[in-house]
Design a protein around this ligand. Sequence first.
Ligand SMILES: Cc1cc2nc3c(=O)[nH]c(=O)nc-3n(C[C@H](O)[C@H](O)[C@H](O)COP(=O)(O)OP(=O)(O)OC[C@H]3O[C@@H](n4cnc5c(N)ncnc54)[C@H](O)[C@@H]3O)c2cc1C
Length: 419
Amino acid sequence: MDIIVVGGGWAGCAAAYQAAKAGAHVSLFERTDMLLGTGLAGGIFRNNGRYTAAEEMLAMGGGELFRLMDENARHRNVCFPGQMHASLYDIAKVPAAVYSLLKNAGVELHFQARIVSAILSGARILAVKTPAGQRYAADAFIDATGTAGPTVNCTKYGNGCAMCVLRCPAFGGRLSLSALAGVAEYRAHRGDSAGAFSGSCKLMKGSLSESLQKQLEQDGVALVPIPPELREDHLNQKACQQYAHAAYMENIVLLDTGHAKMMTPFFPLEKLHQIPGFAFARYEDPYAGGKGNSVRFTAMAPRDDALRVRGTENLLCAGEKAGPLVGHTEAVVTGVLAGFNAVRMCRGENLLTLPRSLATGEAITWVNQQTFRPGGADKKYTFSGSVLLEHLEQRKLISLDTDVITTRTERAGMRNIFA
Ligand SMILES: Cc1cc2nc3c(=O)[nH]c(=O)nc-3n(C[C@H](O)[C@H](O)[C@H](O)COP(=O)(O)OP(=O)(O)OC[C@H]3O[C@@H](n4cnc5c(N)ncnc54)[C@H](O)[C@@H]3O)c2cc1C
């Protein structure tokens, strides 16, 4: 079984690991020189309903990446506005840990390997190609190219390329495998524009006042009130609508992920310098965080609940590519399922759909239904807040009790399914 994963964000890494674990020969192609994609600028996990999703994956035997995040957490059980029991992984350590996990599982990693074309036979992908013209064939493919950028989208739908961790000018922008296979993708909107701004910026921790640095190191979180005349309202432009609370407009909310993660899409530097503790603040990601941020959700692939891309024979998708699902947890959950189903696809077996009696299964199915209702793709869905968490809470699928989650997984016939 030869499986090719395109995109080395959390979704692609989870898919590659799961498929390799099941015995496939897996090649992962990443256009930059680092794994984790937008996960390099993130770090928050286990907050609100993401705790349940991570525990379900562990109970199903597909939780290795959550264990790895736990092992590389800088802070645990952190609370900030609207968010409970969050962990913050160390953005410096996690990429190396994921690299080792994939290498040890036998995944063939190709860096600086942007996939630029696909060779098709009807609805079947036979092979993909890099710019140098090298051709790589496989039995099944996974599109985990995300939805961030490329530069043209950040310029057209945002405030210009703000030079984020994806480094499109150096490595070439995101290019979707689904689009290369002829699939018509869809996009989210915010008002009259397309996509949504990424919702946080990273400040160099050493550029903050000593007392702020100390507070961040000690507590993992710091809230600094913004004087009313300096406030900026970007709440409805954010991809992560779980943070669309007034508290994020009235305060600078900082989290310690290694950088100081500032929970706003962008904030003018001259204004920031006027806030106590930020006199010397400078941006680390995106470099032009005073002006803008990356634009996401302009290229999602229509898919079924088993994550097969509609209109294709041997292409699955995961992460943001699989719909307006925001987050590392969401990317890992869909990545594991896509990796598992790629193996089933190779074996000619029926693909797995996670049952709706589980928070993870309900999320994958319900989000797909909601997305194609009027305005549905413009909402963002995450286990950590907003409409998806409300829906899962109504269905009583959110729990912090590992025994309850394990029993539920057992009853659904899913215990250790991914093991
Ligand atoms: C600034 C920022 C902060 C965030 N913070 C958090 C957070 O704290 N917690 C949280 O849960 N979520 C956070 N998110 C959201 C989260 O990072 C994403 O929803 C999730 O990680 C998406 O993963 P993905 O694998 O689907 O896509 P991506 O992370 O976008 O990965 C896609 C990968 O595909 C590669 N690629 C694209 N095209 C090609 C091609 N043609 N060939 C080869 N490779 C290609 C890209 O280089 C990239 O590495 C944040 C997002 C951003 C932008």
